[in-house]
Design a protein. Structure first.
Length: 508
């Protein structure tokens, strides 16, 4: 970019699923939009697809350290780049179920209603699926919500060993369905179907990520600009604390202020909460827009467990494995009248880099290469006021989280174990990702929840803060509940909905 303007109509902090999509929705509106991003574009380089660089050295993960509730430091599983975490995500883009927008009674509590219905979100889900090139099949899944249009692209189909595994599940009366996946297989699209979506950046920019689908297209509008490598330290308000006047950033070792009319935080659920907490001032002593006391609270991140069954023979030809999902137990299961969640395929990645003991890692990885496939159980964790993001006295992020709704998740794990055994997979390894704060960060949500009542929510139903009229939050923070499905399509759909609202309602 050349030089910064003195003033922008809209300033968006963060370019991930929420921020990148919102910038796209506001392009060509004749208004000046600035995206501020702490990271930069990921270079298209051979390391993008190199398992050692990606999984061994964690090359694209931030080195930033956070604390858990006991004060123990962990390296944040976050990826600060243009496109945010979607640069490395697995591109599984299911819609939430219609019931996820209402109250659901769980074994250990209530999953609260959203202030909008599925029907209000539906048109934006449809747009989101087009924008992120989602492949899927209609009519397979009885839990699917109603849709105004079929998937924009057909389902991907299954690799040979995966197909044979799914056939064995069907014999048990289980109904596996196609997992909606966002990759660019259109005529002329760059996807090589190489199966490296999960965890890897796409070297040919053909994954449906926020960088490729939204940020780059938005920048074709000369009114839209991007300031990379700029860290938003805090928002500054007017003397009454009623409007945001500017955002203070750190860029090229200098502190600068960016002025604008409307400000959007899209830093991800943890970093948006941290930004609001850092922005505390005399009028907002407990953090910006925190008259409800809800800022940073109700942090959620799903309960999940990896399952890794082994084939008898190597399955080199199974390249793209993240193609299926099971929702048979989403709302309950045998002897369990409460929601259990989703079972889904994982991509093909060297999971044993993390599971095997370090001294035997290379040997065991070679031995098991192409003999296993990855799947996971994903269940809802429930909002809890005490599960929260706070800042330490030195300003470090601390994620205070105690797991909940675990009994249902364990029940789902038992069911999957039985299913695998019946299907002839007697040997499988599991890796628990539900007790550990570190593992909650990938699907983080809920820290500035939206709602109609300013006393119990930070954002209104269009993601504007109740307290400050020109401040919005458009990322995973707004979720009042976590659902039991991958969150990103819902974040994208909401960003499109907010973008439409801003275009229609605001006096530009
Ligand atoms: C390995 C992995 C696999 C995943 N797979 C899937 C999947 O298959 N399906 C799915 O639905 N979800 C998946 N997810 C989760 C998904 O990536 C997130 O839900 C989604 O990216 C969240 O969108 P967001 O807009 O809330 O935040 P992000 O996408 O994280 O974007 C936040 C942006 O804000 C920037 N930022 C943060 N703080 C500041 C600051 N102070 N100043 C300036 N910029 C800032 C960040 O650099 C980033 O670009 C996966 C996540 C990981 C890590």
């Amino acid at each position: 970019m050349n030089s910064l303007k003195k003033h922008y109509d809209v300033v968006i902090v963060g370019t991930g699923a929420g921020g990148g999509t919102l910038a796209y929705a506001l392009r060509n509106a004749g208004r000046s939009v600035l995206m501020i991003e702490r990271g930069d574009f990921i270079p298209q380089e051979s390391d993008n697809w190199d398992a050692r660089a990606v999984w061994g050295e964690n090359k694209y993960q931030t080195k930033e350290m956070w604390q858990n509730r006991r004060g123990k430091l962990f390296r944040a599983f976050q990826h600060y780049h243009v496109g945010g975490n979607t640069k490395v995500y697995g591109a599984a883009l299911p819609r939430f179920r219609r019931e996820d927008f209402g109250v659901l009674e769980h074994k250990e509590g209530i999953s609260p209603a959203w202030p909008i219905s599925y029907e209000e979100m539906e048109p934006y889900y449809a747009q989101a699926e087009k924008l992120y090139h989602v492949h899927g099949a209609t009519g397979e899944d009885p839990t699917d919500p109603p849709r105004s249009a079929p998937f924009p692209y057909p389902a991907l189909g299954h690799e040979p060993h995966i197909k044979s595994f799914l056939d064995k599940l069907c014999l048990q009366g289980i109904g596996p369905v196609s997992m909606p996946i966002g990759i660019d297989l259109r005529p002329g699209g760059g996807c090589l179907f190489c199966g490296t979506c999960e965890g890897y950046p796409c070297q040919v920019l053909a994954k449906g990520d926020a960088d490729s689908c939204c940020v780059r297209p938005a920048l074709e509008d000369p009114n839209v600009e991007l300031l990379p490598q700029a860290f938003a330290r805090r928002f500054l308000t007017d003397s009454l604390g009623e409007r945001i006047v500017s955002v203070e950033i750190e860029h090229q070792n200098e502190s600068k202020q960016i002025y604008g009319d409307l400000f959007v935080s899209a830093c991800g659920a943890i970093n948006s909460a941290a930004l609001f907490l850092r922005s505390a001032n005399e009028k907002h002593p407990d953090g910006l827009a925190n008259s409800s006391g809800m800022l940073g609270r109700n942090f959620m991140g799903h309960n999940f467990t990896w399952f890794v069954p082994f084939h008898r023979k190597r399955s080199e030809q199974d390249i793209f494995q993240k193609t299926w999902s099971i929702n048979d137990f989403y709302f309950g299961g045998p002897d369990w009248p409460y929601p259990l969640g989703n079972i889904q395929s994982g991509g093909k990645w060297p999971i044993f880099e993390q599971i095997y003991p370090r001294f035997a890692r290379r040997f065991l990885s070679e031995l098991s290469k192409d003999r296993y496939f990855i799947m996971g159980t994903l269940s809802e964790d429930l909002p809890d006021l005490e599960n929260r993001v706070v800042l330490t006295s030195s300003g470090q992020i601390r994620v205070e989280y105690r797991p909940n709704n675990i009994a249902s998740h364990k029940h789902l794990n038992r069911l999957l174990g039985q299913i695998l055994k019946r299907a002839g997979y007697r040997f499988f390894i599991t890796k628990n990702g539900y007790m550990n704060t570190v593992d909650k960060v990938g699907h983080q949500c809920g820290t500035l929840r939206f709602g109609k009542d300013p006393a119990s929510s930070v954002l209104d139903p269009f993601c504007r803060t109740h307290d400050i009229e020109n401040l919005y939050v458009v990322d995973a923070s707004f979720f009042p509940s976590s659902g039991a499905l991958n969150p990103t399509l819902t974040i994208i759909a909401q960003a499109l909905r907010v973008g439409k609202h801003l275009q229609d309602q605001l006096d530009w």
